[in-house]
Write a new protein. Structure first.
Length: 84
């Protein structure tokens, strides 16, 4: 790579990569995310995708209510014991 290419360290894989390897995030110092695109994809594939879906659904009132109802159903299933 040429010397004029700016680099940043990915905090997950600990590699020095060019700025092109990171997604934009205007809330950060360099305007880039902490993790490189490859690491972000890996996180989304494993646990992050489901967690992000829950976070987005919690952002609306209906989403929050539906999550609470689901939790209540799970608790009630655990408490009910079959009568013999």
């Amino acid at each position: 790579m040429p010397n004029d290419v700016k680099k940043k360290r990915c905090t997950k894989c600990n590699q020095m990569l060019s700025f092109d390897s990171f997604q934009k995030d205007k809330n950060r110092k360099y305007g880039l995310t902490f993790y490189c695109k490859t690491c972000r994809k890996e996180i989304a594939r494993t646990k992050g995708g489901r967690a992000l879906e829950k976070k987005l659904s919690k952002s609306t009132e209906f989403g929050w209510v539906s999550i609470q109802v689901g939790k209540a159903r799970e608790r009630s299933k655990k408490k009910i014991a079959p009568l013999i």
